[in-house]
Design a protein around this ligand. Structure first.
Ligand code: BES
Ligand code: ZN
Ligand code: ZN
Length: 481
């Protein structure tokens, strides 16, 4: 995808489709569209007067022109001015590019939102993210791709302000990097388990490390055993596919602070001997979405050359059944030394995470530690189908994370880590029990992880059980297929 920043008046923009936006409550004042409207002999204002264009959010009007500039106008409603956000820019960009693809044009142009409450950098970032994430399809296994002959190839951002060209260009480059890293993670999540095994995932990580020139270590079963990761290994043992522990390091600020990320990488979760019913097992090839998000973040951070140090740990295994598989009520010894009574083999993710959290703290001492996991079905019960659940022992860290979620459109909401939930994890026979009964499942899972967090370690746990495979069409760039 080729992105161009073009400094021109809107009516002079030579393009197949020019995308414009309007608020429903300021229609009387055409603002940045006045000059274009004049050139069109008042066509836009007449359509507004006749209420053919109302500016409602998601409204979509196409006008064919016979002018030398744009061949078509796509007028998109932005809704009420008070509801404006950069997420609406993403959504508009996604809808416009999907429309362009549907009618098989190879280029669209979009105005620069410079009259709106958004900086040029954030605007072009959101525009390009919206286009690239909105166009995403997982069609690798389709012999016949949809519309292969004419793809959307060029995006032009039209600005009348020369001074904004550089900021728009920088934002667009960043948007491209972020969206490509997100789509890379989406591809990994969508790959079925017969292709994406722990070994293959580690090969993708090697590839990222090579391209971005960063450190990588890949541990196999013997090395994992040598580290004493008895909880992680217990999960992996039921499968023919050997596990991997991928550790990646990016140094963007030597001597400075280090961010640690741990991502759950269960490449297939059958539930083990506590086997899942068929319907629940269907999409469990996506149970490595935490590791995919982690690898996507490593790629994005390294490409952006952010001034921070990053260490990422991705434990990868399959949760299957065999004569070697772990059984309900097995007692496992974790890397931390704590023994775990394992009451349900379907609660495998927390075992991978427990040992990985110990590992990252022991060897890499992160200043901030985040883990990402498709951990509990209870997260879906608690907060529905569009929000990730966050739990944290650090209010500032959570509040920064919350703000970042609002900015990126990937929203998070907090559940508490109250001490009384700890009592649900008391075991009669081991140091700790790992399931914690049927109530407050997302919280007790996090309380279990908390047992492996060192005193004073700032930590945030993100349960993405539902957002990893979002079906809801809350914004057209979000849906993953
Ligand atoms: N991978 C699942 C969680 C999950 C459920 C992700 C639905 C995406 C959609 C996890 O390993 C699991 O099975 N958790 C159990 C925990 C229970 C046994 C304590 C669950 O949520 O039922
Ligand atoms: Zn499970
Ligand atoms: Zn799982």
């Amino acid at each position: 995808m080729n992105v161009q920043i073009v400094s021109k008046a809107l009516h002079e923009a030579e393009t197949e489709i020019l995308v414009l936006t309007l608020f429903e409550d300021t229609l009387h004042n055409l603002g940045y569209l006045s000059e274009l409207d004049q050139k069109l002999s008042g066509k836009l204002s007449r359509m507004i007067e006749s209420k053919e264009i109302k500016g409602k959010y998601r409204e979509f009007t196409v006008l064919h022109l016979d002018s030398p500039g744009p061949k078509r106008l796509l007028v998109m409603g932005l809704g009420k001015q008070k509801d404006f956000s950069i997420d609406r820019i993403r959504s508009i960009a996604a809808n416009s590019s999907r429309y362009a693809r549907r009618i098989q044009v190879s280029e669209i142009a979009i105005h620069d939102f410079s009259e709106y409450a958004v900086s040029p950098h954030d605007c072009s970032l959101a525009l390009i993210e919206g286009v690239l994430m909105g166009m995403y399809r997982f069609d690798k296994y389709k012999s016949q791709k949809k519309n292969p002959e004419k793809k959307l190839q060029n995006i032009k951002i039209i600005t009348s302000k020369n001074a904004q060209v550089d900021a728009l260009r920088l934002g667009a480059e960043k948007g491209k990097n972020l969206a490509e890293s997100t789509n890379f993670a989406r591809d990994l999540v969508n790959e079925p388990a017969n292709y994406l095994t722990p070994v293959r995932f580690a090969e993708y990580a090697q590839e990222v490390a090579k391209t971005e020139e960063i450190d990588i270590q890949v541990l196999g079963p013997e090395e994992i055993e040598r580290e004493g990761m008895g909880a992680f290994l217990a999960v992996a043992r039921g499968s023919e596919q050997p596990p991997r522990l991928v550790v990646m390091r990016y140094q963007g600020n030597p001597g400075g602070k280090t961010l640690g990320i741990v991502g759950k990488g269960v490449t297939f979760d059958s539930g083990g001997y506590d086997i899942k019913p068929s319907d629940s097992m269907l999409r469990m090839y996506s149970d490595m979405a935490g590791a995919a998000a982690t690898l996507g973040a490593v790629r994005a951070i390294a490409r952006e050359k952010l001034a921070l140090n990053l260490v990422a740990v991705m434990p990868l295994a399959e949760n299957l059944i065999s004569g070697k598989a772990y059984k309900p009520s097995d007692i496992l010894t974790s890397m931390s030394g704590k023994t775990i009574e394992m009451l349900n083999t379907d609660a495998e993710g927390r075992l991978l995470l427990a040992d990985s959290l110990t590992y990252i703290q022991k060897y890499h001492h992160p200043d901030i530690l985040i883990d990402i996991a498709t951990l509990t079905g209870a997260a879906i019960v608690a907060l529905g189908r569009t929000v990730s659940v966050a739990l944290s022992n650090d209010d500032d860290l959570y509040s920064q994370f919350f703000k970042a979620g609002e900015y990126t459109g990937e929203r998070v909401w907090r559940l508490p880590l109250y001490e009384e939930f700890r009592s649900q994890l008391i075991s009669d026979v081991a140091d700790i029990e790992s399931v914690g009964g049927s109530s407050g499942g997302t919280i007790t899972a996090a309380m279990f992880l908390n047992e492996f967090i060192e005193p004073g370690q700032a930590w945030l746990h993100l349960d993405i059980a539902v957002t990893a495979m979002m079906q809801e069409d809350i914004a057209r760039y979000v849906k993953s297929a």
